[in-house]
Design a protein around this ligand. Structure first.
Ligand code: G6P
Length: 604
């Protein structure tokens, strides 16, 4: 979703802004722009619809300056047009602003303060920049005072970076709910939506909390609360490795990240187990879970699918009931909670606004919670009592792959640790280090089958408008993830169903040639799923089977290695990631940056 970069005090400002915006591309966007200043009232403002490459093309010859702000916009209010792209100038031309988030009271603000102002576009951001200008020009406030006053008048979510064209040396920054971070350079400073976009310049960062503003200059910065009280905060060092952000020889990040998965599992084992095969999880986390009577896993998208794929295993290994919830629904419809609930926020980005809305409420209720995330220092990680990091390395492709497997593996490690504490016999006897090692090897073997899967993708999805995945038990949960992946990047309408449920309605959609892909990894359920597959085959479906060796028959198209029954969601998902990847590739689509989607969804 929208991304912000700003820099003050560096003569390579244009380059830093553009490189920063490129690093933020993965979040998803549909237009972009930069403002670069080289002196009082000497500036360039350039915006373009489309990719950063389109923006670069518009810039043409190099523009230079020593401060500026840039933005990638994921449209909320108003279509993706140049007028709606950020940065936005106030009508007077004095102030320039980039913004992430949604200003909820923009209509009221417009009516009350800006009835006489002509707006160029349709965004809520223009209301904010004109409001600040009005407070300076009409009420004679300083820029800082006007910014502070505007923040108190605005309701909703925001990350702002504001510049005053009469002062090239200051960026005014503020946030509420939307992510924003300060980067500290030598003799210059930066602001950005995430650390990855600044890591080329610095590994020293400073957090901004909600309802704080930062006055950023090249050699100083001041953090103030929205009410003006000064805040002292120490910087932190981010452990990101610049080389993690490249895609190496892979044509797309998604393929690299699919390939990364065996390593991701092995890294998790290194981080969370000791040499003797014991799980090493923070005792405070274990104590909180052991004291609870029900776990509430709150998540969205792929992470929710990872939650579902982990639920049954977690219950089997611990005996503690687990319920999985869609964050955006949970936030405003809290169910009756158990007596001792414990919340787990499962989120690759750690920024998803829907989850954060729930976390704010569970924090208010005084309930301890755990965030399982891939991003250290992310909002949900900072605000929950506990964090377990996935250590999967940056996931850049919008379609999540390695974060899913890392989440499922992390939940297994956590379940094993809890189960052992509870002397659960299944947990005690499970040699998880060995089994995860076998799963990592199996994933590598499946990735090696990519040419076969490429061919099958062509045969099954070339001309199709729709497609179905079916499965039972954990295969059903993987079927949902498989269909989400297919939809996200190939734009084929694809649904994942419980195999036994098709006949209760969905089978009406099966026509001659409709692709139906069955996942079969459970011997107990295999005959039933095969029966359901025959039902659709008899009605013209083009059927394809992904089965584990133990469940496979000669005719099955994709046969994958066996793993421990509790670990199958880690491996059955891999061919489906590759099917989605190749379906997208064959259609000539941008695999890593599908239309309309954002990696980090910071609005509700
Ligand atoms: C977005 C992404 C999905 C992701 C979902 C939840 O929609 O495009 O890939 O699964 O957000 O994100 P989270 O960061 O909370 O896992």
């Amino acid at each position: 979703m929208c991304g912000i970069v700003g820099v003050v005090g560096n003569k390579n400002t244009t380059d830093i802004l553009l490189q920063g915006l490129e690093k933020l591309e993965y979040r998803g966007y549909d237009s972009a722009g930069i403002y670069v200043t080289s002196g009082v009232n000497r500036f360039k403002l350039i915006k373009a619809v489309g990719r950063i490459s389109d923006l670069r093309a518009k810039i043409g010859i190099d523009i230079s300056g020593s401060a500026g702000i840039g933005h990638t916009r994921w449209a909320t209010h108003g279509k993706p047009t140049v007028d709606n792209a950020h940065p936005h100038l106030s009508q007077s031309g004095r102030f320039v602003l980039v913004h992430n988030g949604v200003i909820e009271n923009f209509v009221a603000l417009r009516e009350k303060y800006l009835a006489d102002v002509k707006l160029a576009g349709e965004t809520d951001t223009e209301i904010a920049v004109n409001l600040i200008a009005k407070l300076v020009e009409r009420d004679n406030l300083s820029t800082q005072e006007a910014f502070q006053k505007a923040l108190s008048l605005i309701s909703g979510s925001f990350a702002f970076a504001l510049m005053d064209t009469t002062d090239m040396g200051t960026i005014y920054v503020a946030k509420r709910k939307s992510p924003l971070l300060i980067g500290l350079g030598e003799d210059y400073n930066m602001v950005c939506s995430d650390a990855m976009a600044m890591i080329r310049e610095t590994n020293q960062f400073l957090e901004i909390h909600d309802d704080e503003m930062v006055i950023l200059r090249k050699d100083e910065l001041k953090i103030l609360t929205i009410t003006g009280a000064e805040v002292v905060r120490k910087p932190f060092t981010a452990e990101l490795d610049l080389s993690d952000i490249g895609k190496g020889t892979f044509p797309f990040y998604m393929l690299k990240e699919i390939n990364d998965q065996p390593t991701v599992i092995r890294t998790l084992l290194q981080k969370y187990t000791n040499g003797t095969g014991e799980m090493m999880i923070d005792e405070a986390i274990l104590a909180d879970i052991l004291a609870s009577d029900q776990l509430y896993v709150v998540a969205a998208g792929t992470s929710e699918n990872a939650g579902w794929a982990s639920k049954q295993t977690f219950e089997q290994l611990t005996g503690i009931p687990v319920s999985v919830h869609t964050a955006s629904e949970f936030a405003y419809n809290f169910p009756i909670l158990s007596k001792k609930p414990f919340f787990i926020y499962l989120t690759q980005s750690g920024e998803t606004a829907d989850l954060r809305q729930v976390l704010v409420e569970t924090n208010r209720l005084g309930l301890n919670a755990l965030t399982i995330t891939n991003v250290p220092g992310s909002t949900l990680s900072r605000e929950a009592a506990h964090t377990l990091l996935l250590h999967a390395g940056p996931e850049i492709a919008v379609a999540s792959t390695k974060a899913y497997t890392a989440q499922v593996a992390m939940m297994l490690i956590l379940a094993k640790a809890i189960g052992v504490k509870l002397s659960n016999p299944q947990a005690v006897t499970l040699d998880l280090v060995r089994e995860l090692g076998i799963a990592a090897t199996a994933i590598a073997a499946i990735v090696d089958m990519k040419e076969v899967i490429d061919d099958l993708t062509y045969q099954y999805t070339e001309d199709t408008r729709n497609c179905f995945y079916i499965g039972r038990g954990s295969d059903y949960h993987v079927a949902k993830e498989a269909s989400l992946k297919m939809k996200e990047i190939s734009y084929i309408q694809c649904e994942g169903f419980a195999a036994g449920e098709l006949k209760h309605g969905t089978i009406a959609l099966i026509e001659e040639g409709t692709p139906v892909i069955a996942l079969i990894s459970d011997l107990r359920l295999a005959p039933h799923t095969r029966g359901n597959l025959m039902e659709v085959y008899s009605r013209g479906a083009n059927t394809l089977v992904i089965a584990t060796e133990a469940c496979a028959i000669d005719e099955d198209e994709i046969v994958i290695p066996n793993v421990h029954p509790l670990l199958t969601p880690l491996v059955t998902v891999i061919p489906t990631q590759l099917l989605a990847y190749y379906a997208s590739l064959h259609r000539g689509l941008d695999v890593d940056k599908p239309r309309n989607l954002a990696k980090s969804v910071t609005v509700e």
